[in-house]
Design a protein around this ligand. Structure first.
Ligand code: PRP
Length: 210
């Protein structure tokens, strides 16, 4: 039987995603064994799961190493992978926002310094507003940038708002709401369409009945 290869985002979101696949009837009991293995399969169901770094899911799917996977809308918008977006799983919900120190006022006579992991999203957002910016690309702990004067604002994910609050920052604008999406490799979708459609349908029932 043809296996469906599924890239799952490692971590808290991935566990929720796997639970949805399990509930859909595509369980793989060995995944629950607490070890460091990264690949698990259930031959009877014809499904194989890989745990990958959340930001890498779209790469595995785009290149066909995985047929389907679950990636955040943030990653999809930032990297524009050449994949099909099949379903909003309505989990991993947060928003992409602009944040800055309390009392921040944008001085439009100056170039705005923006620190972010999401350079493309930031460039597009400010490009549409015709606001001149200087992007400072960072890989994490973005919240530190305005505190140390490295940037005026940050463009980052806000979920509960706790990280901003604890670092004396405030959200000022919402760029886009984010949630986890089921994505598919384009040629896998052609050759394994029946099974991918079945998985999508089962998952969408779970989303609907949540
Ligand atoms: C994200 C984001 C914020 C935090 C926001 O980081 O970059 O730091 O979550 O969550 P909150 O609003 O609930 O506090 P993440 O933990 O995904 O990892 P990162 O440090 O690699 O960005």
């Amino acid at each position: 039987m043809d296996f469906i290869n599924v890239a799952l985002p490692k971590g808290r979101l991935g566990e929720k995603v796997y639970a949805m696949f399990e509930q859909s009837g595509f369980e793989c009991p060995s995944i629950k064994e607490n070890n460091r293995k990264l690949i698990f399969e259930n031959a009877e169901k014809g499904v194989r799961y890989f745990w990958v770094k959340p930001s890498d899911v779209a790469i595995y799917v785009e290149r066909g190493a995985a047929d389907i996977g679950v990636a955040g809308k943030d990653i999809i918008l930032e990297y524009s992978p050449d994949v099909y977006e099949l379903l909003d799983l309505d989990i991993g919900k947060c928003r992409m926002a602009v944040a800055a120190k309390k009392g921040f006022k944008d001085d439009t006579s100056r170039t705005l310094k923006v620190a972010t992991k999401f350079s493309n999203i930031a460039a597009k957002y400010y490009g549409e507003k015709c606001r001149d910016i200087d992007i400072i690309h960072l890989n994490g702990s973005i919240e530190i940038a305005p505190i140390l004067g490295l940037s005026d604002v940050i463009v980052d994910i806000v979920e509960t708002g706790k990280t901003l609050l604890e670092n004396d920052l405030m959200p000022y604008e919402t760029i886009v709401p984010i949630s986890a999406r089921l994505i598919s490799n384009k040629s896998s979708y052609k050759f394994k369409q029946d099974k991918i459609d079945l998985i999508t349908k089962c998952l969408s029932e779970i989303v609907r009945n949540k």
